[in-house]
Ligand binder design. Structure first.
Ligand code: SME
Length: 307
């Protein structure tokens, strides 16, 4: 069935471009939502006095993609801790929000927002979620030149980090490749290979929980430590705390285990079973300091959930 949902995620040019690449999305339209005047112009909205938010209407086939998955992808493109700001853009028109048109959707979204708040709290304990969850009150399509803006203007302004588009492709390709495969080692091997190929990280691999240790699993990159204890290093800490850990500089992480002296920054994302128990971790290392941010954390969370 065709359904629709409205995402305000900052400048609508990039948000539209992102959702056009999502499999199962049938139509995307830039517009202005949830403000006061009807049929506002871009110039009026730009004054920041209309109350409208730059918003994209996303129509999708719910047999191909769920509202939950769309919302997770949306959250991977925004910083929900920012009020009236995304990227370099500031103003109430750039606030973030999900605007729904049915109570069934609201229930799904409330659940997903609770999960996103928990993830945000793990990442930044003092931050508050600024993303609105509201019924859609109004939506007016934007002027024609805003539609397909980044296709018409390649290299044009986009507040999104280019890597969101690379990650989206990676995520969707991996999802297609893993379809029907039940063996966990095969799934991890495919994921490690695809992440390494697309993202060109120094070391990408999995450690599996076996008893009280993490044991090296499928990986791409130089030879690495075979076993890591519970609570040891970044990997063991991610397992113990059951959360993603981003380490901007490995020298500042007490207890970091240096499998290679070339590793300068790291991200570790836990994999969970259906009961919420950690079964493995996805560990990625970079030879530069500060490689990983919330975009990596969000997309690697989505990828870990696939595996
Ligand atoms: N640095 C990791 C150990 C694994 S290697 O990076 C491949 C840690 O501290 O847990």
């Amino acid at each position: 069935m065709e359904k629709e949902i409205y995402f305000a995620g900052g400048c609508f040019w990039g948000v539209e471009h992102f959702f056009k690449g999502v499999h199962g999305v049938t139509d995307v339209r830039c517009g202005y939502a949830n403000g006061i005047p009807d049929n506002p112009s871009y110039e009026e909205v730009y004054t920041d006095k209309t109350g409208h938010a730059e918003t994209v209407r996303v129509r999708y086939n719910d047999e191909r993609i769920s509202l939950q998955e769309l919302t997770r992808l949306f959250f991977a493109t925004i910083d929900p801790s920012l009020l009236n700001r995304q990227g370099h853009d500031e103003g109430t028109r750039y606030r973030t929000g999900v605007f729904y048109t049915s109570e069934d959707d609201a229930a799904v979204l409330r659940q997903e927002f609770a999960r996103q708040e928990e993830l945000l709290h793990q990442e930044m304990p003092e931050a508050a979620m600024q993303t609105e969850l509201l019924p859609l009150s109004k939506f007016f399509p934007a002027e024609e030149y805003h539609h397909d803006y980044l296709d018409k203007n390649p290299g044009g302004y986009c507040h999104l980090d280019f890597k969101v588009f690379v990650y989206l492709q990676l995520y969707q390709d991996l999802k297609a490749l893993l379809e029907g495969e039940t063996d966990s080692v095969a799934r991890m091997s495919e994921a490690a290979a695809l992440i390494a190929e697309r993202m060109k990280f120094f070391w990408t691999g999995f450690y599996r929980v076996i008893g009280r240790e993490l044991v090296l699993g499928p990986f791409q990159g130089p030879a690495a430590c075979l076993r890591i204890g519970f609570g040891r290093g970044v990997c063991g800490t991610s397992w113990k705390q059951a959360r993603t850990i981003v380490v901007p500089d490995v020298e500042e992480f007490p207890g970091h285990i240096a499998c290679s002296s070339l590793s300068r920054s790291e991200i570790v994302v836990p994999l969970f079973d259906a009961d919420g128990k950690v079964t493995a971790v996805l560990d990625i290392d970079s030879t530069s300091v500060g490689t990983f941010d919330r975009t990596d954390a969000s997309f690697l969370r989505l990828i870990a959930d696939l595996v």
